[in-house]
Design a protein around this ligand. Structure first.
Ligand SMILES: Nc1ncnc2c1ncn2[C@@H]1O[C@H](COP(=O)(O)OP(=O)(O)O)[C@@H](O)[C@H]1O
Ligand code: SF4
Ligand SMILES: [Mg+2]
Length: 317
C-alpha cells in the first residue's frame, strides 16, 4: 500500500563559512516511510539532524538531494509554479508541524483565539470559528476563556498545547512533532502524549514524533527510526528495536539511557565536522570498528523482522 509520506534518499548540505566551498552534510541518504495513522518516533542525540529533517518534511526547507512523496506523488508536483514558491496550500493542510520551543512558535502579542482562527479561516472557510476554537482548546485541555488571552500571558505548557491545537485545527493527515514535550514539566508531558494518542485513535492522525527520550518514543510510537550524524542507522518496530537493538549505536543508547533520557552518558563524540566524509560515521565511537568501517559507509539494509540497520556487522536478510 502506498505510504502517506515517503522520504527517498534525502540529503541536506549547509555551506560552511565563506569561500573555500566547504560544506557540512547535516543529512545524508535518509529514507523512510510513514503509513496512514502510523506513529513513528525519530530518535537520536542532539545535533544528529532531527530538526533539519523535520523542516524538510514540512517543507520549511528544501533538500539538497532526494525526494519527498505524499501519497506516492512528489510533493513538488502540487506547488503553484514559479510565482508561488513553497508548499501548496493543500500540502500545508495535510502536513503540520509542532516546534520544540513553545515560546518561539506563537506571537506573544496575539490572542490565542487569533492563533487558532487563522488556520481555520484559511483551510476551512465557513466553519463556525468560535465554536471550533472552543472545541480545540477543550481537546488540548485548556479552558475556553483563554481564547481572549494573549500568548505572552500563557505558561510554556499552555503555549505548547495551543501550538498543538493550532496544528490540529486544519485536521492534518500527518503531524511532525519536534520534541514537543522536551521543554515541558514532567507533569505535563504525559498529557501531551495522551492528547496525540487520542488524535490518532479518533481521527487516524499519523505522527512523526521526534524525541531524544526513549521512554516517550516507546509510549508514543509503533516504529522507531534511529538517526546518527545525519544518517538513519536503524529502524524497526519500537518494542523489537528496544528489546534487541542491532546497531552498536542503538545498543549504546538503550544501555546508557537513564530512565527515558538519551542524553545519558555515551562515549564522547570526536571529530564532529562531517558525518559522512568516509567510512561509518559511528566508527570513532564504536567499540567494534575495524578497518572496513573506517573505509566505507555501510548501506542501510534490511534485517529480519521488518528491521533495517546500517552496519557492516549486521547480517543482511
Ligand atoms: N541553517 C544551518 N546552517 C548550518 N548548519 C546547520 C543549520 N541548521 C542545522 N545545522 C547543523 O546541522 C546539524 C543538525 O542540527 P539539528 O537538525 O538542529 O539537530 P537536532 O535537531 O538533532 O539537535 C547541527 O550540526 C547543526 O549545527
Ligand atoms: S559499521 Fe563498523 S563502526 Fe559502524 S556501527 Fe557497524 S561495527 Fe561500528
Ligand atoms: Mg532539534
Amino acid at each position: 500500500m502506498t505510504p502517506l509520506l515517503e522520504a527517498r534518499a534525502l540529503s541536506r548540505t549547509f555551506p560552511l563559512g565563506f569561500g573555500a566551498g566547504r560544506s557540512f552534510r547535516a543529512l545524508h541518504d535518509v529514507s523512510f516511510t510513514v503509513a496512514r495513522g502510523e506513529s513513528v518516533a525519530l530518535v537520536g542525540e542532539s545535533g544528529c539532524g532531527k530538526s533539519t529533517l523535520a523542516r524538510l518534511l514540512v517543507r520549511l526547507d528544501a533538500p539538497s538531494a532526494g525526494t519527498l512523496l505524499l501519497d506516492g506523488r512528489d510533493v513538488r508536483a502540487g506547488d503553484g509554479g514559479f510565482f508561488a514558491p513553497g508548499p501548496s496550500k493543500a500540502f500545508r493542510r495535510r502536513v503540520q508541524m509542532v516546534f520544540q520551543d513553545p515560546f518561539g512558535s506563537l506571537n506573544p502579542a496575539h490572542t490565542i483565539g487569533h492563533h487558532l482562527e487563522r488556520p481555520l479561516r484559511l483551510h476551512h472557510p465557513g466553519v463556525d470559528t468560535e465554536a471550533r476554537v472552543r472545541d480545540l482548546l477543550d481537546a488540548v485541555g485548556l479552558p475556553g476563556h483563554l481564547a481572549g488571552t494573549r500568548a505572552a500571558n500563557l505558561s510554556g505548557g499552555q503555549r505548547q498545547r495551543v501550538a498543538i491545537a493550532r496544528a490540529l485545527a486544519v485536521e492534518p493527515d500527518l503531524l511532525v512533532a519536534d520534541e514537543p514535550t522536551s521543554m515541558l514539566d514532567v507533569s505535563l508531558r504525559a498529557g501531551v502524549l495522551e492528547l496525540l494518542a487520542r488524535e490518532r485513535a479518533e481521527r487516524g492522525l499519523a505522527l512523526l514524533f521526534i524525541t531524544h527520550d526513549l521512554g516517550a518514543a516507546r509510549a508514543a510510537a509503533d516504529r522507531l527510526i534511529v538517526l546518527y550524524a545525519g544518517t538513519v542507522v536503524e529502524s524497526g518496530p519500537t518494542e523489537d528495536v528496544l528489546a534487541r537493538p542491532l546497531h552498536p549505536y542503538t545498543r549504546l543508547l538503550v544501555a546508557a539511557a537513564r530512565p527515558g533520557d538519551l542524553r545519558a552518558p555515551l562515549p564522547a563524540r570526536s571529530g564532529t565536522t562531517s558525518p559522512v566524509d568516509a567510512g561509518c560515521p559511528f566508527a570513532p565511537r564504536c567499540p567494534l570498528a575495524d578497518d572496513r568501517c573506517r573505509a566505507s559507509l555501510p548501506l542501510l539494509h534490511a534485517a529480519s523482522g521488518a528491521r533495517a540497520a546500517r552496519c557492516h556487522l549486521v547480517e543482511p536478510m
